[in-house]
Design a protein around this ligand. Structure first.
Ligand code: AMP
Ligand code: GLY
Length: 415
């Protein structure tokens, strides 16, 4: 029977999910709530916000949805998966309790400590003076993380004691993100990569590796963002390193969560770092990465609906991947991740040779306008990373919009 799918979210990650579903022989209808101007060409957009769990549940029931796939962490933290399951509906994502692996850094760190999963040494504080004393006694650089969701802005890699002190003051005294605790963490040096695995309890369905570029500007300068570009596969992550990451990180964590009574279902995303040749955990996310999903799913040759359904039902499934490289460059509103303008007209999309995933766009009076910080993810594909990179930047050059900027060095180090 042909399936009806609801995708919850409206960014580039959801566009990539919708695009993968549109290639599935199993799927007859795709809805996306709320979607965006790009998604609208491949799915029916439903004007329901991702935080309105009641309305999403109503919609799924009324429209006979067979499977719901959740993009954003905010919906997960509100318990959308628990609610859909209680109502007997199939949904792909973690329960609210399991999503804490992302929403609480302290929970994630403690879980890793209990199960010897390799990660940076750390301590948690809610008192400014104690945190500062600990930082002063240890090495610099040091990493200061707000313990909670802070839209990717709650992490400060402090290169000086002054920066560390300022970050502690912001988070603990001035409560920049609200009342909360901070994790003070050992600084690890090395290249980072993203390992997303579909998980159902102890069953694991690994996706291919991607590499994100978190800083706003070229040469990794500027503030941290949600990600300014990505590519997949990642040459420096050899099959051996990937296997080590699976055996020492992803599997032990999945097993630990089952053992501790909070089995994980959904995408367990390891933000990993290769430190002295060994993969270690920087963070976990409980969802598809953005922009990593946009470069990984186009390389999936298996049927994406089949894969998600197998994961939800806990069945075996072998994924097949294209050998091609895919690289994507984020075009973001000038000013992002700080204050930025909206409403700029985007021209030239029809000239692009390949995929463009929309991250933050809306259609008004027949024109595509920018409405978000990250606006477009422009892709290139090729038989090598260098070719994918050239194709992506050739496509970026075809897009004309005054209000946008992009990094010019996505993938440059490895291509
Ligand atoms: P997170 O939100 O935890 O992924 O942190 C954002 C970014 O800060 C990461 O992608 C890293 O580049 C950096 N970072 C976080 N923790 C560490 C660490 N322990 N050592 C080095 N860099 C880190
Ligand atoms: N690109 C990082 C994330 O999805 O959190």
């Amino acid at each position: 029977m042909q399936k009806k799918v609801l995708v919850v979210g409206g960014g580039g990650r959801c566009h990539a999910i919708v695009d993968a579903l549109s290639r599935s022989a199993r799927v007859s209808k795709i809805y996306c709530a709320p979607g965006n101007a790009g998604i609208a060409s491949q799915a029916e957009c439903v004007p329901v916000p991702v935080s309105d769990t009641d309305a999403l549940l109503d919609f799924a029931k009324t429209n006979g949805i067979d499977m719901t796939i959740v993009g954003p962490e905010a919906s997960l933290a509100l318990g959308i998966v628990d609610r859909f399951r209680e109502a007997g509906l199939k949904i792909f994502g973690p329960t609210k309790a399991a999503a804490r692996i992302e929403s609480s850094k302290e929970y994630a760190k403690d879980l890793m400590a209990r199960h010897d999963v390799p990660t940076a040494a750390y301590r948690t504080f809610d008192n400014f003076d104690e945190a500062l004393a600990y930082v002063k006694a240890g090495p610099i650089p040091v990493v200061i993380k707000y313990d909670g969701l802070a839209a990717g802005k709650g992490v400060v890699v402090a290169l000086t004691l002054k920066e560390a002190e300022d970050a502690l003051r912001d988070m603990l005294l001035d409560e920049a993100f609200g009342k909360g605790r901070v994790v003070v963490e050992e600084f690890l040096d090395g290249p980072e990569f993203s390992f997303m695995c579909l998980v159902n309890g102890t069953k694991i369905y690994p996706l291919d590796i991607a590499r994100d570029h978190k800083r706003a500007y070229d040469n990794d300068a500027g503030p941290n963002t949600g990600g300014m570009g990505a590519y997949s596969p990642v040459p420096f992550v050899t099959p051996e390193i990937r296997q080590t990451a699976l055996d020492t990180i992803i599997r032990p964590v999945a097993e630990a969560m089952v053992e501790e009574g909070v089995p994980f279902t959904g995408v367990l995303y390891g933000g990993l770092i290769l430190h002295n040749g060994t993969p270690k955990v920087i963070e976990f996310n409980a969802r598809f990465g953005d922009p990593e999903t946009e470069v990984v799913l186009p390389r999936l040759e298996s049927d994406f609906y089949d894969l998600v359904e197998a994961a939800v039902e806990g069945r075996d499934f072998d994924t097949v991947w294209s050998k091609d490289s895919v690289l994507g460059v984020v075009m973001a509103a000038k000013g992002y991740p700080g204050k930025y303008g909206k409403g700029y007209s985007v021209e030239g999309l029809e000239n692009v040779d390949g995929k463009v995933y929309h991250m933050g766009t809306a259609m008004r009076d027949g024109r595509i306008l920018t409405v978000g910080g990250r606006v477009l993810m422009v892709l290139g594909k090729g038989t090598s990373l260098a070719k994918a990179r050239k194709a992506a930047y050739d496509n970026v050059a075809k897009i004309d919009c005054d209000g946008l900027f992009n990094r010019t060095d996505i993938g440059a180090r490895e291509a």
